[in-house]
Design a protein around this ligand. Structure first.
Ligand code: AMP
Ligand code: DBH
Length: 549
């Protein structure tokens, strides 16, 4: 990578108005802390305390710091430079945390890819982020990521380096990285972008979310306080560690900031998690609603001692009150509802809130300086208790996506509010109840899927004349995706169509769960209705037919 190509990249920026910067600093939210800065401090203060537990690994804070230094210096030795963007795709393994911390130490910018993502998503992230490297597993859950790396190199040759945690084949092994710690750069500017998180993609393709050291550290440091995470806590990562929720609310980064222990569960189900909870005396964990229900059903029958669990956080999708009661009864510990987004704003029920609030609301914002607006179609504020669109800005909510003018024009108001796309009700005291959404996406057990993105793929199939994708309620997933398809000629077989979708190199969770063939979509008298109306109409019709049968 030469200097010209570096200069040509779209700069990473996240800028708040200067008056607000002064305010956030004066209020003590932004403290000039950086990721490598706090990790270095903890490595000194908690050197011999256990930081990360996963598989056969138990790293102390000092060991994690050294491992991160080896990886960071090794990447510099390959020719990567501070500021380079690096795709990271690893499961819940200690190497994931070491790689992310190593990139922080080298001043490089991780781009968090989920283990489920495939070539279509990966190539999109590589192009949008202008990534120069890809760090991934050899085999992960039976899938060969080296094959994915080859496909990526063929599609986006600018991704010059591939590093594999495991059997590397023609690539570079993570374990072989080596370099001089003295080559690692000085601490970055706390206001600079530390990494790119990904949005669930409520409309169209996933977008890249630039988060700064200052803003992100504030969000997990303040989360620690609201979630009771301190030096004695043991925090379990049960959801994919690259997700914003288990990373920062307060997540494994919050846990590391507190000097606590992070336990990585290889899978989200009770089978993988319960023995680890018992062995490591886990005190807190974050789950999505369907998992929380699964855990709540399994816990009373389990032979594992789960008595160390103090807080179970549930978020990512709506937890309805009946489900909240089941979670409390089944797990016998404090439930904390979490309504957050990778773009910023996170709401929590407080640990000492009355049961009525914990069961019926999705919490209230972290910060006194989180500005929340609930507005109608015309943008006018609605009274407390009425439903409206949620807009927000504040000390840890982004002002813009990376490298995406069209999305920015859509998703942010002129005065810097992020349009969350959620429809909420605000109660006195600032508690929010999520009512629904303004955009057409499917929230499938916490994974957001854009209807538009899936329709675009389906339309590329020669057997599909037209396709409309909607969310329908699902007993296990909360919501599942249902594709209404007008065939072109002979009907394709649903299993073949699903297999064809997977072969397009899409994350498996995006393949429609259900396919319904129809002869035509209804149109209005004028003969034309919007995709939005069409989706709403098909969904309604489907739901009323379900009720009748
Ligand atoms: P993303 O922007 O991809 O990080 O996804 C964030 C979105 O997930 C939010 O805007 C909500 O639509 C949804 N979400 C997260 N937590 C909750 C929750 N507790 N209840 C309902 N929806 C949620
Ligand atoms: O769904 C989310 O994106 C989410 C949920 C809870 C999130 O980003 C978070 C907490 O930080």
């Amino acid at each position: 990578m030469n200097d010209t190509s570096v200069a040509a990249r779209v700069p990473l920026r996240q800028v708040w108005p200067e008056a607000l910067v002064a305010r956030y600093r004066a209020a003590g939210y932004w403290r000039d802390e950086t990721m490598p800065g706090f990790l270095c401090d903890r490595a000194e203060r908690f050197a011999d305390d256990v930081a990360v537990i996963g598989g056969d690994v138990r790293w102390t804070y000092a060991q994690l710091w050294r491992e991160a230094g080896r990886i960071g210096a090794g990447l510099l030795a390959l020719g990567l430079r501070p500021g380079d963007r690096v795709l990271v795709q690893l499961g819940n393994v200690p190497e994931f945390i070491a790689v992310v911390c190593g990139l922080f130490r080298a001043g490089m910018v991780p781009v968090y890819v989920l283990p489920a993502h495939r070539i279509t998503e990966l190539a999109h992230f590589a192009r949008k982020a202008e990534a120069s490297a890809y760090i991934t597993a050899g085999l992960h859950e039976g899938f060969d990521h080296r094959a994915l790396a080859r496909a990526l190199r063929a599609e986006v040759p600018a991704v010059a380096h591939v590093v594999i945690a495991g059997e590397a084949e023609e690539f570079i092994a993570l374990s072989a990285l080596a370099g001089e710690p003295a080559t690692l750069p000085a601490d970055p500017d706390p206001r600079s972008v530390a990494f790119l998180q990904i949005s669930g993609g409520s409309t169209g393709l996933s977008k890249l979310i630039p988060r700064t050291h200052d803003d992100y550290i504030y969000s997990f440091r303040a989360s620690n306080e609201l979630c009771g995470i301190d030096h004695d806590s043991v925090y379990m990562v049960a959801l994919p560690a690259a997700h914003n929720f288990p990373m920062s609310s307060p997540g494994w980064l919050g846990a590391l900031h507190a000097g606590a222990r992070v336990v990585l569960s290889p899978g989200p189900g009770p089978d993988a998690a319960f023995p680890l909870i018992a062995r490591e005396r886990v005190t807190a964990v974050g789950l999505v609603p369907p998992l929380a229900l699964l855990w709540a059903d399994a816990a009373p029958k389990s032979t594992h001692d789960l008595s160390s669990l103090r807080v179970v956080q549930v978020g990512g999708a709506k937890l309805v009150p009946e489900a909240a009661n089941r979670v409390i009864a089944g797990l016998g510990c404090t439930l904390q509802q979490v309504f957050g987004m990778a773009e910023g704003l996170v709401n929590y029920t407080r640990l000492d809130d009355p049961a009525e609030i914990i069961v019926n609301t999705q919490g209230r914002p972290i910060s006194p300086d989180d500005e929340v607006l609930v507005v109608d179609d015309l943008g006018n504020s609605v009274p407390d208790g009425a439903s409206g669109y949620l807009l927000t800005r504040g000390p840890y909510t982004i002002r813009g996506y990376h490298n995406d003018d069209a999305a920015n024009a859509r998703s942010f108001t002129a005065d810097g509010y992020y349009r969350t796309g959620d429809v909420v009700q605000r109660l006195p005291g600032g508690y929010l109840v999520v009512q629904g959404r303004a955009t057409d996406h499917i929230n499938r057990a916490g994974e957001k899927i854009s209807a538009e993105e899936i329709e675009d793929h389906l339309l590329a199939n020669p057997g599909v004349f037209d396709a409309v994708v909607v969310s329908v309620p699902d007993e296990y997933l909360g919501e599942r995706s249902c594709a209404f398809i007008i065939p072109r000629g002979e009907r394709p077989r649903p299993p073949a169509l699903k297999a064809w979708m997977r072969e397009r190199g899409l994350a498996a969770f995006k393949v429609p769960d259900q396919i319904v063939f129809v002869d035509a979509f209804e149109t209005t008298a004028v003969g034309k209705i919007s995709r939005r109306e069409l989706r709403a109409q098909l969904r309604e019709k489907y739901l009323s037919q379900q009720k009748e049968s």
